[in-house]
Design a protein. Structure first.
Length: 342
């Protein structure tokens, strides 16, 4: 029986999001006949009681506090993780992690050094996508439109050039944690302080009015385009994880030409960042029809109602089949000798 270690949890603001995804990935993989062990990067292997307590499909309206995250960070196993038999002897590690700790490349580099096969992008692609500043530079080099931005602190003229409203956010955190839409200059310092509580770098980005879309990638193909219609002005943390605050339409009810454009840009973004196996790329389409690429997610949410699974379902790929396809890509690399990925 193929042994899968689902590594999840962590000490990032998206810890609860990771557990919610792991809850459903674990169920799907066990139904498919895989032998699954669940490992939290702060607590190690979870016994059945811990699985029942932590692997909950619901996510709270707020991320864990910075104080709680600091407490969890002190418990991180770090390099000791690969010494756990459940990880070391697994045929495949399936990461269900979010934030810089799991998506930033260091976790993937650790597994590479230990010779452990895993699903998803390698260290380089993970690091490129996690750093929104670097990712946007690569998007521009590849001819992919992305909103203007400046790294904080920035010259007054640079900030003025972004217009108002603008978006202030951490550079290496996902799920819109620490993000603020700023309308008045007087509100910038508080927005920067909030973002800085979650990351050591802060970005100020031009706000793009319009409609929000997302495209899943599996292998080297684009899945269905979905439209995200939040109750709030943006698809923020509360809208993402509070039932009823967002309507998600898959496939998006848009002209075929826009669908093709978004799928093409998503694949180009995936390739520009040297990603592999799967990802999800997010866009805003302005009233003038220009599609602006916001970011690519190397380990997107994987609950059954998350955006990547919905994108796959609209393309005819059910959730268990999506999990299986991701595993099979990693296992194929193992069969080929586990060559070092990008």
């Amino acid at each position: 029986m193929t042994r899968i270690a689902v590594v999840t949890g962590g000490s990032t603001p998206e810890r609860d999001v990771a557990f919610a995804g792991a809850a459903q990935v674990v169920t799907a993989l066990r139904e498919l006949g895989y032998a699954v062990t669940v490992v939290d990067t702060t607590a190690g292997v979870l016994d059945p009681a811990a699985e029942a307590r932590l692997l909950q499909p619901a996510v709270g309206r707020e991320p864990p506090s910075p104080a709680r995250l600091a407490e969890l960070a002190r418990l991180e196993l770090g390099p000791r993780l690969v010494q756990l038999p459940a990880v070391r002897d697994a045929d495949l590690v399936f990461p269900v992690l979010h934030g810089a700790q799991g998506e930033g490349g260091s976790f993937q580099a650790l597994l590479d050094l230990a010779g452990i096969t895993y699903a998803g992008s390698g260290p380089l692609g993970s690091a490129l996508a996690m750093d929104k500043d670097v990712a946007k530079r690569l998007f521009r080099d590849a001819g992919i439109p992305t909103p203007d931005w400046a790294m904080w602190p920035a010259a007054p003229e640079a900030l003025a050039g972004l217009g108002r409203p603008c978006v202030v956010k951490p550079v290496k955190v996902g799920s819109t944690v620490g993000l603020t839409v700023v309308r008045e200059d007087a509100d910038l310092p508080a927005a920067v302080d909030l973002a800085a509580a979650f990351d050591d770098e802060v970005m100020v980005e031009a706000f793009v009015p319009g409609r929000e879309f997302t495209v899943g990638i599996l292998g080297d193909g684009a899945l269905a385009v979905g439209e995200i219609i939040p109750d709030h002005e943006i698809f923020d943390y509360e809208c993402k994880y509070t039932p009823g605050l967002t309507r998600e339409v898959f496939p998006a009810e848009i002209p075929a030409s826009l669908t093709a454009t978004l799928q093409d840009l998503a694949l180009r973004a995936h390739r520009a960042l040297k990603l592999r196996d799967f990802s999800r790329v997010d866009f805003r389409v302005a009233p003038d029809g220009i599609a602006w690429c916001l970011e690519a997610n190397t380990l997107p949410g994987v609950t059954r109602t998350s955006l990547l699974p919905q994108s796959a379902a609209a393309a005819g790929i059910a959730f268990p089949a999506l999990c299986d396809a991701i595993c099979r890509r990693g296992l194929a690399r193992r069969a080929e000798g586990n060559k070092l990925p990008r």
